[in-house]
Design a protein around this ligand. Structure first.
Ligand SMILES: Cc1ncc(COP(=O)(O)O)c(C=O)c1O
Length: 383
């Protein structure tokens, strides 16, 4: 309590994510764009949605964007468009958010869990190579925490074996591949993203989008997202109802113009952590610039002395929030354990015990960062 009182006197409360602060900066523009939608009474579809899709394609430097209702829907629509058969195998990382595994199972396919690289927390190309069988039809690399997976390695395997690649880009939009300079979400056949409010590009509710350069896939995914129809009331395939609301598209149009600024603010905060935590041998700091620049959706350290939960509690007592993404690997989740195939997942299992995400957002002030780092140092200097 003493510490919380101290920080209250000297600085703003520290939050994991500060959506209010970010919104304050763009509030008048957002209000204006939302008012236009209300004035036009075009709440579903319409110009604002298609203009946002065009702006996102331009930003992503890809041919097509299909907006939809969430990142989870984006993954589902993408997989449905590939017309896979029951029990076909889809390779996914074991250390990830549940959405991807859930969707594969919902569609009657077989998730094959593979391990991740401890350096990048992303799917290991070597593990993918070992997991490929003649039933493997798709691989879903998840670009976790703001840094891309090794897309060069993955695309090489995909080309060799004729496998679809769907990038889960929910956490890394805006990052640029060190392999070919392309934006994350546009290197595979399909890229999916989420506009959940806390994402680097977020809206005021749920939203998602799909990128592709493949015109046939675009056509199919548009159909799937719209009840399988191209023509009204004529249904050519089984689809879903998944739309980005016009009000969310209006908000995202404003947010997209800020995305590069948001990313550089996140990078500045990360550089501060990097510099001020580098001396602590008990921590392994996130590595950027391996397969892409790091856009720091999360700043996730590894606490390698076994004291992650102790550090977390110590920080919490001093008014510093932190999060564990993710505490349990997919193969240990009750919902999935009996439905997945996997080999060795030691790294994923260990990461779940070591990772700790520190506050990361666009509004972090130097005083707050300094306080966070000094409290981490004091945890270790007090033994
Ligand atoms: C890696 C990843 N994939 C998919 C999703 C699903 O996105 P949504 O919450 O918009 O459905 C998320 C959202 O947290 C995510 O982090």
């Amino acid at each position: 309590m003493f510490y919380i009182n101290l920080i209250e006197k000297t600085m703003k409360n520290i939050q994991m994510v500060d959506l209010q602060g970010q919104m304050q900066r763009i509030r008048s523009e957002v209000d204006e764009e939302i008012s236009k939608v209300i004035d036009e009474c075009k709440y579903i579809g319409g110009k604002v949605v298609s203009l946002f899709e065009q702006s996102l394609s331009t930003y992503q430097r890809c041919k097509h964007t299909i907006s939809c209702a969430s990142g989870t829907d984006a993954l589902q629509i993408a997989i449905m468009a590939l017309e896979l058969e029951s029990e076909d195998e889809v390779i996914v990382p074991a250390f990830t958010y549940a959405a991807v595994i859930e969707v594969v199972l919902l569609l009657g396919l077989k998730p094959v869990l593979v391990d991740v690289d401890e350096d990048t927390y992303n799917i290991s190309v070597e593990a993918v190579r070992r997991a490929i069988t003649d039933r493997t039809k798709a691989i879903i690399p998840v670009h976790l925490f703001g840094h891309m997976a090794d897309m060069q390695g993955i695309m090489t395997l995909a080309d060799k074996h004729g496998i679809w690649i769907i990038e889960d880009n929910a956490q890394s939009i805006g990052s640029i591949s060190t392999w070919n300079g392309r934006r994350s979400g546009t290197l595979g056949h399909i890229g999916c993203t989420s506009f959940f409010p806390t994402k680097n590009l977020g809206c005021l509710g749920d939203g998602g989008a799909i990128n592709t350069n493949d015109t046939a896939l675009r056509k199919k995914m548009r159909m799937v997202a719209n009840h399988g129809q191209q023509q009204r009331y004529i249904h050519d395939c089984i689809g879903v109802n998944s739309r980005l609301d016009a009000i969310q598209a209006a908000v995202l149009t404003v947010q997209l113009k800020q995305l590069d600024t948001y990313i550089s603010q996140r990078k500045n905060a990360a550089a501060f952590y990097d510099q001020h935590l580098a001396a602590l041998k008990e921590l392994i700091l996130p590595r950027g610039n391996v397969y892409s620049d790091h856009v720091y959706h999360q700043y996730t350290i590894r606490v390698v002395d076994g004291r992650r939960d102790g550090l977390r509690a110590y920080l919490q007592d001093r008014g510093i929030p932190s999060s564990v993404y993710y505490p349990l690997p997919a193969h240990h989740q009750k919902a999935y354990a009996n439905h997945v195939r996997h080999a060795n997942l030691d790294t994923s299992t260990r990461l779940c015990e070591e990772v700790l995400s520190l506050p990361m957002h666009t509004e972090l002030e130097e005083g707050q960062l300094d306080y966070i780092c000094s409290q981490i140092h004091s945890f270790y200097s007090n033994g």
